[in-house]
Design a protein around this ligand. Structure first.
Ligand code: SF4
Length: 183
């Protein structure tokens, strides 16, 4: 991974103002397919957000990430099945420039509800980076809603895997990374 400009992956939070070189390295615990890669611009997964570039559009990355989580939902429990669909539709609406101020708090409420009531790791951990984004980058969501302009979709690659340990044995997870153009 390139130098990290923001990380909520695990603790503590690291922000761009922290210029200490040892704090700008990729955090521990990233899944194998992402650890050590230098072409990664941003990473969303079950334990938070890692940004390695200032120009990542966090709102658009939330949309793409939530789409990947929604597509993994097996539909066995309603909070995950319905909640991830509504969250994805809400993020799509915001990214189209048709969001409303109330959408931001609705996203937070849904993310909390899904993570607290879903039956497996996909639903329990899937909304976590959205909660981090809403907490640390709320002005970006407010600006997207206020401007009412479409946000260009970024280029992302998703990864679906199984985590042994971290959450519970064999919890499913979704991760998404933004990539530099041309790679
Ligand atoms: S939380 Fe797990 S069991 Fe429930 S719908 Fe999502 S993927 Fe299926």
């Amino acid at each position: 991974m390139s130098d990290v400009v923001f990380s909520s992956w695990g603790a503590p939070i690291m922000a761009a103002a922290d210029t200490a070189e040892e704090n700008r390295r990729a955090p521990a615990g990233l899944p194998g397919p992402f650890d050590g890669r230098r072409d990664i611009k941003a990473f969303f997964g079950w334990d938070g957000i890692v940004l390695c570039a200032e120009d990542v559009n966090v709102v658009d990355m939330c949309r793409a990430y939530m789409t990947a989580v929604r597509d993994q939902s097996c539909g066995k429990c309603v909070p995950c099945q319905t909640g991830t669909r509504v969250m994805t539709a809400t993020l799509e609406r915001i990214c189209r420039g048709a969001g409303a101020p109330a959408d931001i708090d609705q996203l937070k409420d849904l993310a909390e509800m899904i993570s607290q009531t879903a039956k497996c790791g996909i639903g329990q951990s899937g909304p976590m980076p959205i909660l981090h984004a809403l907490h640390y980058f709320r002005p970006a969501f407010e600006a997207a809603v206020a401007k009412k302009k479409a946000i260009p979709a970024g280029e992302y690659r998703s990864h679906v895997g199984t985590l042994h340990g971290g959450l519970s044995d064999s919890s499913g997870y979704s991760a998404l990374r933004g990539v530099h153009k041309g790679r």
